[in-house]
Design a protein around this ligand. Structure first.
Ligand code: SIN
Ligand code: CO
Length: 407
């Protein structure tokens, strides 16, 4: 039964089989997009699969979205730099007051991607990425708010988190004005209501717009599972572009029943009714058309340029079947976002902006399995196999030996 919000704790202890400290249904009902929650021991005994040096190494490579934030305490000044960074940068930074943040670590590192199934109570297409930060002692990105839900898993060392949960405590929305003297969005005012030190395995969930400030107590790694929630402006812009691209040229403003104009400069009510009619003709009232637009939209990687797919491998389905039968596997590209949807007939699999028709069982299977072997291939219909061959040719899968270390 739902508890009164005032009776809900802001801190819980995870239990065996309950990494959220409660059933996912209770978490979604009481906390998701509503209240922050600190979950002690969400990943008990968690050991980071990466070292700070691995993160620094990656931040020096092209195509990696990395930022370095330094805080000069004496003048409360903040410096932000974007990667890729020269390798000799890190030894020169000193041992205090800086943070290195790298986005999309779930795509770069299979061991970090392995965290994602723990969040399968959320639609995977709602997940944006896992960002990893390394902070030297005292390092922080300042007090700020995010527009997205985030799960902050402490992976190494300790971080002190202060948050302002006043909105969830019924004390009203805190001021969210930003300082105008820093390149990063820092809150002008921050009055914490909670103050916690997180140890490895502890996890803090924050809904959007909860002010928070995390400072490294000692050198620490924090993993942030960030959600993707497109703004209405983004949704409308993309939807309208799709409508415009798909509308037939012949569908246009029409006035075969025009009466002689009383005032030739007036846009009258009848003209406006015709405008509405013209817009209605392309409204995409068809559920499949709307679903296809959204599926394609939400499976496109957020940034205009992600790392390229590399060369595709054009193989006919029967050649592919032989390769899989010989022990090779198909590994999905880590940057390829996937979702599926039931259609009027069968299903659609959405892959990085493509919409592919196939039976429901194929779509479920292909969305779930990042790695396909001969056994899975055998369960697919011809339509599903043709789609896989097409995706392989486009570079969304790679054919490889099963022991290659990819997620
Ligand atoms: C960090 O990891 O330093 C910042 C994460 C956040 O505040 O969202
Ligand atoms: Co944040």
């Amino acid at each position: 039964m739902a508890k009164r919000p005032a009776a809900l704790p802001f801190e819980v202890q995870a239990r065996v089989g309950q990494p959220l400290g409660m059933a996912p249904r209770a978490f979604l009902r009481d906390y998701w997009q509503k209240r922050p929650l600190l979950i002690r021991g969400a990943f008990p005994g968690y050991v980071s699969p990466i070292e700070p040096e691995d993160l620094a190494g990656l931040a020096c490579e092209d195509g990696v979205l990395a930022r370095l934030i330094q805080h000069d305490r004496a003048r409360d000044g903040w410096t932000v730099r974007s990667g890729p960074f020269p390798e000799d940068l890190f030894p020169a930074l000193g041992d205090r007051d800086w943070t290195l943040l790298v986005q999309d670590m779930d795509k770069w590192d299979p061991d970090i991607a392995a965290l994602l199934p723990a969040f399968d109570f959320l639609p995977r297409w709602r997940v944006d990425d896992v960002m990893v930060s390394f902070a030297a002692t005292g390092g922080s990105v300042g007090a700020h708010v995010d527009q997205y839900d985030v799960f902050l898993l402490q992976a190494m060392g300790r971080r002190r988190w202060q948050i302002d949960a006043s909105a969830a405590m019924g004390r009203g929305r805190p001021p969210l004005d930003f300082r105008d003297d820093a390149e990063i969005k820092l809150l002008r005012e921050f009055t914490p209501s909670h103050d916690w030190v997180l140890e490895p395995g502890d996890m803090l969930y924050l809904p959007p717009e909860v002010p928070h400030h995390g400072v490294a107590e000692d050198p620490c790694l924090t993993f942030s599972l960030g959600m993707r929630a497109p703004s209405v402006a983004e949704l409308m812009g993309d939807y309208i572009d799709t409508l415009a691209a798909e509308a037939e040229e012949s569908l246009r403003y029409a006035d075969a029943d025009l009466e002689p104009a009383k005032d030739p400069h007036e846009i009258d009510a009848t003209a406006m009714a015709r405008v509405v009619e013209a817009l209605n003709a392309v409204r995409m009232a068809d559920a499949d058309a709307l679903g296809d637009w959204f599926g394609r939209f939400i499976t496109v990687y957020r940034a205009a340029a992600g790392p390229g797919l590399g060369e595709g491998q054009p193989l006919a389905p029967d050649e592919l079947a032989r390769a899989l039968g010989g022990g090779l596997v198909l590994q999905r590209h880590p940057w390829t976002r996937v979702a599926w949807r039931r259609a009027k007939k069968g299903a659609r699999l959405y892959v990085a902006g493509l919409a592919l028709c196939m039976p429901v069982t194929d779509a479920k299977q292909l969305a779930l399995a990042a790695r396909l072997d001969a056994e899975t291939w055998d369960t697919l219909s011809d339509a599903g196999r043709d789609c896989v061959a097409g995706l392989l040719a486009e570079g969304h899968y790679r054919l490889e030996a099963p022991d290659e270390d990819t997620p």
